[in-house]
Design a protein around this ligand. Structure first.
Ligand SMILES: Cc1cc2nc3c(=O)[nH]c(=O)nc-3n(C[C@H](O)[C@H](O)[C@H](O)COP(=O)(O)OP(=O)(O)OC[C@H]3O[C@@H](n4cnc5c(N)ncnc54)[C@H](O)[C@@H]3O)c2cc1C
Length: 510
């Protein structure tokens, strides 16, 4: 093939940008099309009245040696604008217990022994399973396998040390010895909800164990806000000859002969492609393919339950109201008798006090969030009279402030600016249908979603594919997808080269 292979990436979330950068490095001609005016999607940072607010994600892991972001930095030769934090976050239980999620392992061991006596059996097993899971994840791990090459890679990755995990492959966290402190279970549920999008009852034992280990794997502040990760990737892509276009919303993927041929934007551009990567949810991909969507995708969607949405509150705060020495990240659980989410579990992140980019002098930017089911928001929003929607928005804002006031007692009087975000807001800004965020619950490993969608040259990337949510999770997914696309590119080049040679021979003999 005389020309470079052309890869078009739909969406400049962390997953899409990471795959784009890796493919650029692999020699592809890469174009990223982003609907919004800045990158990052759910891990973006937006500017409002001199504050830089993290829209969704606030904490980033995966930068320790061997971690997905660290690997990408090594391949691309870039530096992430990060600062490690310890503790990772602090969990406030309804009975007043305050659990510090130390990054330092021995500090964490002391903490859990002090607060949850009689749970060491659980933690030892969790740590053993987490170690195996992280070890597997650090090697190429094309899960779920979707091609013979994937199976081969998986088989090569097996080690004797992996074998003890086998009995846990199909088990949930519930099968681990959880003890009899009901708030210990609430604590675990809250940790798993933010890292696996489900609780002990459904979270897979291997995935859940790895997720509980996240704080110990290192957590970071991103300077300028979490959106700086996406910005760093955009800068790297542009500096290395790739293209990233903002305000370019893709409305259609053209398919012909079983391949994605081109991508069309609402703004009237057509981008021809050898490979297309869609940094979107399966629902969105189905819309983009329209009548060309494969039957398997349509039936997959029929059986899919809507995933979680988020209710968020962006607060501009008087810095003096934040207690001296307070950690920046907190998870507050309000009522043990109520299910988590819907304002009953709230994550509060304060901007780094030493980061002048985040807030005017003497102020702090805060992002508060809670899991919420998306349907009710849309029913209220689509009603002829939107009063119910706005009332619910105020009610949730109040719940979040009330919960966060357990950590910052003077919070209410410290608020200079308050912006709420519902699933309606998330749909508008991230283009994720119904504002569903965070990907699929990681329950059974055997139900995990892979990146293939029925066309030889079209892949999903982002938190809808295994291992799911988080900037580290989507980066791991992007490493897999980029490797597969690069391999497909080499095959295509060889095929075209062989065909050209054959053609040349025919012409010469004639
Ligand atoms: C409230 C909240 C808190 C979170 N907290 C954390 C956290 O602390 N740490 C963490 O690691 N993770 C966290 N997450 C999860 C994390 O943010 C996401 O899993 C991750 O950022 C998703 O990345 P993605 O690659 O799937 O892309 P997305 O974030 O979904 O971005 C996709 C991009 O594609 C663009 N796009 C979509 N459709 C089109 C189209 N048709 N044409 C052009 N562009 C399009 C969108 O505009 C968007 O920019 C949180 C998420 C939320 C919502």
């Amino acid at each position: 093939m005389g020309r470079a292979l052309r890869t078009v990436v739909i969406g400049a979330g962390v997953g899409g940008l990471t795959a784009a950068a890796l493919l650029l490095k692999a020699g592809h001609e890469v174009t990223v099309l982003e609907a919004h005016i800045y990158p990052g999607g759910s891990a973006g940072t937006f500017y409002h009245q001199k504050y830089m607010f993290d829209a969704g994600a606030t904490l980033a892991g995966g930068f320790a040696p061997g971690g997905p972001h660290a690997k990408v930095a090594e391949i691309l030769g870039l530096e992430w604008p990060i600062r490690a934090v310890d503790p990772a976050w602090i969990v406030h239980l309804p009975d007043g217990r305050v659990v510090t999620q130390w990054v330092d392992r021995s500090a964490w061991e002391d903490e859990r022994k002090r607060l949850f006596p009689n749970t060491e059996h659980f933690w030892h097993l969790q740590e053993r399973l987490a170690k195996i899971s992280w070890d597997i994840a650090s090697r190429p791990f094309p899960w779920p396998p979707q091609s013979p090459a994937n199976w081969l890679t998986l088989a090569r990755g097996l080690r004797p040390s992996t074998l003890p995990a086998i009995p846990y492959l199909a088990r949930t966290m519930n099968s681990l010895p959880l003890g009899n402190d009901p708030l210990f279970r609430t604590f675990l549920d809250a940790q798993l909800l933010i890292s696996a999008q489900t609780t002990t009852e459904r979270a897979g034992a291997l995935y859940g164990s790895a997720a509980l280990d996240l704080p110990r794997r290192g957590v970071n502040h991103v300077l300028g806000g979490i959106g700086s990760l996406a910005k760093t990737l955009v800068e790297w892509i542009r500096a290395n000859g790739g293209q990233v276009h903002f305000r370019q919303r893709v409305e259609r993927i053209e398919v012909s002969g079983g391949r994605a041929k081109a991508v069309y934007t609402v703004q009237g551009a057509r981008h021809r492609a050898d490979f297309v990567l869609a940094n979107v949810t399966p629902w969105k991909l189905n819309d983009l393919l329209g009548a060309e969507a494969p039957g398997a995708l349509a039936s997959e969607l029929e059986n899919l339950e809507p995933t979680w949405g988020a209710f968020t509150l962006y607060l501009g705060l008087e810095g003096a109201a934040i207690p001296e020495g307070l950690a920046d990240h907190h998870q507050i659980i309000v009522d043990p008798a109520r299910p988590l989410g819907e304002g009953n579990s709230v994550f509060l992140s304060l901007s780094d006090a030493n980061d002048p980019l985040r807030a005017p002098p003497g102020r702090r930017a805060a992002t508060l969030s809670t899991h919420t089911r998306v349907q009710t928001w849309w029913e209220l929003y689509q009603a002829a009279n939107k009063d119910g929607y706005f009332q619910r928005r105020s009610l949730y804002a109040d719940r979040l402030v009330e919960a966060a006031a357990r950590v910052v007692p003077d919070l209410r009087s410290a608020i200079h600016l308050c912006l709420p975000g519902t699933p309606v807001t998330f749909e508008y800004y991230t283009r994720r249908p119904m504002g569903m965020v965070g990907g699929f619950p990681q329950s059974s490993l055997f139900a995990a979603r892979g990146p293939r969608v029925g066309f030889a040259n079209l892949w999903l990337v982002g938190d809808s594919i295994f291992p799911g949510q988080s900037t580290a999770g989507v980066t791991l997914g992007a490493l897999r997808v980029a490797a597969e696309v690069a391999a497909a590119g080499r095959r295509l080049t060889r095929h075209v080269h062989t065909a050209t040679l054959a053609n040349h021979e025919v012409t010469t003999h004639e």
